[in-house]
Each structure stands twice: as C-alpha cells, then as structure tokens.
Write a protein that binds this ligand. Structure first.
Ligand SMILES: Cc1cc2nc3c(=O)[nH]c(=O)nc-3n(C[C@H](O)[C@H](O)[C@H](O)COP(=O)(O)OP(=O)(O)OC[C@H]3O[C@@H](n4cnc5c(N)ncnc54)[C@H](O)[C@@H]3O)c2cc1C
Length: 628
C-alpha cells in the first residue's frame, strides 16, 4: 500500500479546500489536496450568482457595512446561527473579496454614470458614483438590505475556483485527483489522516497528516431532485460520522432553492431575481407581492420556496408532464443583460430546456439545494471530537447559516472561512508534533477492505446498490421536504432504519477492479443513508419551525425551547443516530426577534443579560478589524 505523509491533508479541492491549502502552503507547510474530480470541476464551479461582502461600492449598496451584513445573516438564519462566527464572516468578507481580486478574479466593476436597473420587473434609473468607478460591483440577492453580492457575470464560482487553483499551483500544493477518501485514520483522540481509494486503479492509498481538513462540499444526492451534481454525496461527512466521535451539526436544516428548472433540476441563479426577474403563476400573474409585500421575490429562500409551494397547492401552478411548476420571467431584462450578466442561465435554458429566456418564460419550482448542517466545528474550524481534524465550506457546520443561508453567503463562506480556518490550521501546526501510528492505519484499512470484500462477494446478501440508493432518495423527497410533520417524519425514520439494515447486505452486479462507479457508489450508500437518517430524525425531534425547517404541526419558532443546535452522533454498531443539543450561539449580539419577512409566530425566550453582551475580547477584536 502506498503511504504519503504530509503536514496538511485537504480532503476536497473545491473553493474551501483550496483556500485552506493555499494558506497552509503560503506558510511553508507541505499540503496535499484530494478530489474526486480535477479541482476545477469541483462543484464550486457550478455557482453562478455571486458572493456577499459589504463593500458598499454600488449605489444600491450605499451605506452598507459588515454590521448590516451581519444583521441580514443572523435574520436569514432565523437566529439559528452562531453569532460569533457570523460576525467573523461579515467583518472579513470585504477583505477577502479584495484579496481574490488581487489574485486575479475578474469581478464585474462599477461603471460611473446613469444605469437602468430592475426591481420586481420594473425599471428604475440610478447613478453610479464617479469616485467608485472601477471598484467591485454588486447585485441584489434575497434577504439582504443592500445590494451586496459581488459577481463575475453568472460564472462566479468558476472564475474564483480557476483563480484559487492557479494559486495552488503557484505555491506547490500537491493535487491528488480521482481519489476518494473512505475512512479517517485516528486513535480515538487525534486524527492522523485518511485511507482513500484511487478511482483509476481501485488501489487503497494511505495519507498520514498532522492536520486533516474535510472540505468535501454538500450531500444533496440524498434527495432525488437536487441542484447538486452526482459528486455531492457527502463522502467527507460520512468519514467524520463513521468515527462515532464527530457529530453533524443541524442536519435537519436543509435548503430548497426557489428556481430549480423543470424537468432537469439544474439551478438558475437567484441573480435572475436579484437583477429584477419575477415569478409568475399559471395565469402569468406575479403573486409574490401578495404574500411578501416588501421583499416579494427577494425574501429569503426558505420563505420564497414555501410561498411558491403554497401557491401551487392552491391550483395556480402550471401543469406539466413532470408535475406542477411556476414561471420565472427575465424577458424584460433584455438581450444584452441576459447574454452577458446571465449568460450561463441563457445557456442552461437553451441547451437543457429548449427555452430561450429572452423570449420565453422559464419553468421553475423549489428544488433541494443546500445543507446548512455539516461537520460541527468551533469558530476556528476545528471539528468536535478529534484533535487535528478541521472542516470548512459546505461540508462544515461552522455555523454562520443556522436554519437558512442567504444566497451569496455560501460561496463567500468558502473563501472567508477558508482563509480564517487556514490561518488556524497554520497556528495549530506550529510546534505540533504527532506520531503516525500504523496500527490505526491498519485498522482503518482493514475496515475498508472488509466492506469491499462484502460488496464484491455478496457474502452478506444480494441487495442492489442502485435500488437502495433510489429508495433513500424517494423517502427523502416524499417525507422530508419543504413542509414536514411528525407523522411523515416518523415514517421516513422507520423506512430509513430498515433501509440502513438492508444496505449492509448489498452486492455488486459487476466486479471490475479499478474504475468501478458501482463500487464507488456502494461504498457511499450506507453512509448516505446515515446522513439521510440524521436529517429525518433531527427534523422529527425538532418540534418547532425555524428557517427552512417548517413543521406543519409546530408552526411557531420556539426560542424558549429550541434556540439550540442539534448534534447528531452515530456510534459504531448503532442503527440510529444519538442526538444531543448545544446553545445556538455563545452570545446574542443581535437578540432574537422578527426577521421582517416570512411572518409566523415566535415563542420568546427571556435571555439573561450576560447572553446579550459581546464578550470584551471579541468586542475589541471587532473594533480593530474595522479600523484595519
Ligand atoms: C448550482 C449551484 C449554484 C450555486 N450558486 C451559488 C451562488 O451563486 N452563491 C453562493 O453563495 N453559493 C452558491 N451555491 C452554493 C456553493 O456553490 C457551494 O456551497 C460551495 O461552492 C461549496 O464549496 P466547497 O468548497 O465547500 O465544496 P465543493 O466545491 O463541492 O468541493 C468539494 C470537493 O470535495 C471533493 N470530494 C468530495 N467527496 C470526496 C471524497 N470522498 N474524497 C475526496 N474528495 C472528495 C470534490 O471532488 C471537490 O473537490 C451554489 C450551489 C449550486 C449547487
């Protein structure tokens, strides 16, 4: 077995993984990134709309500041986020946007003079300031008080990822692509790296590392209809959960995006609505202002998705062979805007839907999109449960998103958290020594080998991998969707428990060594069911509605009993997760209150005075960050 040793192992080479890798490599630490695909094909490249940072250069962002961004983020999270982390994020985001500009990201820029912009389908004129000419521009996104989303047309993820990948090359980060992490190597206290499977040869490879980062993105493929690519299967979260020591934070917090296209589920960016696109029903009537008079299409995603579903439930959706949908209308934005600032949307619509958005309406409906939950870390990005293990990006629950993340805050998180956590990894490594224990490696390797043998020989049973995966996806679609209730969630939990037992008896149809997608999937499926079960069980136990977690049987946001975060552990040999809870935030710089959109009743919590104070050390740090 080939064994690599390194200072830093980044499992994942999307934006978050590569940003941490660059930080470590810039400090002189040897760094390896693993990826299922060539890094530039990581899912970050699919992100279209942009990244939020309070630069305040655009006229519609005038008066913006990290304080306003912080408040929008906390409200967006429905007070479910960690406010210490949301503050770090909002304060650092402007620095990071300028940093990546310096590294080569071709941000759209402010052009001085009068421009026609759109809001809710209506044009208006605004004068961009002369002194801001050439500075980073921003567009509107949902749930924000200001235009704050920095963008490169609608290919933001791709251009930032290309830039960071070039940076990795510059600093000598070693990229091992087509490498699938299968298990962490650990001694119960320290994480020592991972065992991975080469997707070209099928060989197992060991990586010993002083610090290991999981940055494997989301796990949207536990749902059948999702905007996520097939590689978003939760590989990293599964490795963490399998240790029995590292919990998933808030797995029940799942986001549905209002504009998944029908029937492909490919996303068209929130930038469409940010730039002035509207949602129409079967009568081509613009319905969102009836529900959300102030924010309309630009309320937060959880709210818009719920309103769209409610509207379709009233029989006002458009019937199609693929189920009901609504329309997204961007026709009024005109040819130039659509073929420049929304050109990926144009390509997606023409190539995959046969719809020309310059002349035609785009069929859309809410589709699974994002996991607010993930590997629970502290504010430094250090995972709970194992020293030397970190997580960043969508795979993590660093927790700036709580129960609903704002559009544009996730892509920004990858590079902001990547920079912050990268620095913490460097601090951790300074003076850190570790002895690489081969017994731990042998243990991890033996478990993976055993699983492969079970699958190849069918010695435990003959269950089909594809059938089990499909059943899991259908359960999640049917019972753990936008609207939830106790009875349906209990059904999901029961069915997933049974499915998990069956997944232990899977058998491969083919037995090709090396490149074998069936085996790659088979190695993931039981873990994906665990993630699905953490989601369903977490949702069942959370008897309130908060952000994207909407319980018909518990419609209030219950701050009295549920101002907390779920921690889901999966102990070895168990058939169900064990849930624990911790406070949502160490303190509440912004005390719990109304979001200003979405409605709903709140059961208040009388927080003690000290919980409403920012600790002195953090307040000083905040002041100096602002003056720098
Ligand atoms: C269609 C779409 C559009 C979006 N648009 C926006 C937007 O405009 N603004 C915004 O803020 N957010 C957006 N998002 C969300 C945002 O893009 C993602 O949350 C973010 O890019 C995730 O980055 P990441 O680095 O955490 O993970 P990813 O970019 O998904 O990278 C994961 C990496 O992990 C690797 N990996 C996975 N499993 C394994 C394994 N087992 N072993 C080894 N390597 C592994 C992959 O190969 C990849 O390199 C969008 C999401 C989608 C799906």
């Amino acid at each position: 077995m080939q064994i690599f040793t390194t200072d830093v192992l980044c499992i994942g080479a999307g934006l978050a993984g590569e940003r941490v890798a660059v930080e470590a490599a810039m400090s002189g630490f040897e760094t390896i990134c693993l990826s299922l695909v060539p890094p530039r094909r990581s899912h970050s490249s699919a992100a279209q709309g942009g990244m939020q940072a309070a630069l305040g250069n655009a006229i519609m962002g005038d008066g913006d500041s990290p304080d306003v961004h912080f408040a929008d983020t906390v409200k967006g999270s429905d007070w479910g986020c960690d406010q210490e982390v949301a503050r770090i994020f909002a304060d650092t985001a402007p620095i990071v946007m300028r940093e990546v500009a310096h590294w080569g990201v071709p941000w759209n820029r402010v052009v001085a003079g009068t421009h026609t912009y759109y809001k809710g389908g209506k044009p208006f004129e605004a004068e961009e300031k002369k002194e801001n000419h050439g500075l980073i521009h921003a567009r509107a996104f949902g749930g924000t008080a200001k235009w704050r989303t920095c963008y490169t047309a609608d290919g933001t993820g791709r251009s930032v990822l290309n830039t960071l990948d070039t940076k990795c090359l510059q600093y000598g980060v070693n990229i091992h692509d087509r490498m699938q992490a299968e298990a962490l190597i650990h001694d119960g206290v320290n994480c020592l790296g991972c065992v991975a499977r080469c997707l070209r040869t099928g060989e197992l490879v060991a990586y010993f590392a002083k610090a290991t980062l999981i940055a494997t993105g989301g796990y949207g493929r536990i749902y059948r209809a999702t905007t996520n690519a097939v590689i978003c299967d939760g590989g990293g979260q599964i490795c963490a959960l399998d240790t029995g020591l590292v919990p998933m934070g808030n797995p029940e917090a799942i986001q549905f995006h209002p504009t998944g296209t029908v029937p492909t589920d490919i996303l068209v960016t929130e930038g469409c609505r940010g730039d002035g696109g509207t949602l129409l029903d079967v009568n081509e009537y613009r319905f969102m202002p009836d529900y959300e008079p102030e924010k309309a299409e630009l309320a937060s995603r959880d709210v818009v998705s719920r309103r769209m579903s409610e509207h379709m439930a009233k029989g006002l959706g458009v019937k199609s062979p693929y189920g009901d949908h609504l329309w997204l209308d961007i026709r009024h934005l005109g040819v130039k805007h659509i073929t420049t600032k929304l050109r990926e949307v144009y390509d997606i619509c023409t190539n995959f839907l046969g719809v020309n958005p310059i002349h035609d309406l785009i069929p859309v409906r809410p589709t699974h999109h994002y996991s607010m939950g993930g590997i629970r870390t502290n504010a430094d990005g250090a995972a709970y449960g194992l020293t030397g293990l970190f997580s960043a990006g969508e795979s993590a629950c660093w927790d700036m998103h709580g129960f609903n993340r704002l559009g544009g805050n996730s892509l920004a998180e990858t590079v902001v958290a990547g920079r912050h956590i990268g620095k913490k990894v460097v601090e951790f490594l300074q003076g850190h020594t570790v002895s690489f224990n081969t017994a731990c490696l042998n243990d991890a390797k033996a478990k993976v080998e055993e699983r492969i043998k079970d699958l190849e020989t069918g010695r435990k049973g003959k269950e089909s991998v594809i059938k089990i995966r499909n059943e899991m996806q259908d359960i999640m679609m049917e019972y753990v969707g936008i609207f939830r209730d106790g009875k349906e969630l209990q059904t999901a939990v029961d069915k997933l428990e049974e499915l998990y037992a069956r997944s232990q008896k899977m058998c491969l149809q083919g037995s090709e060594p090396g490149f074998n997608p069936e085996l790659s999937l088979a190695l993931r499926v039981p873990g994906m069911i665990k993630l699905a079960q953490c989601t369903a069980y977490g949702a069942l136990m959370r008897t309130e509605s908060r952000g994207a977690h909407t319980r018909r049987d518990f419609p209030e946001r219950n701050d009295k009993d549920w101002l907390n975060r779920t921690l889901a552990y999966w102990k070895e040999g168990d058939s169900m997760p064990t849930l624990k809870y911790e406070e949502a935030s160490p303190y509440y710089e912004l005390p719990p209150g109304e979001r200003g959109y979405g409605g709903g009743k709140i059961i208040p919590n009388e927080l003690p005075e000290e919980k409403l104070r920012v600790p002195a050390k953090k307040a000083t740090a905040k002041k100096s960050a602002k003056s720098s």
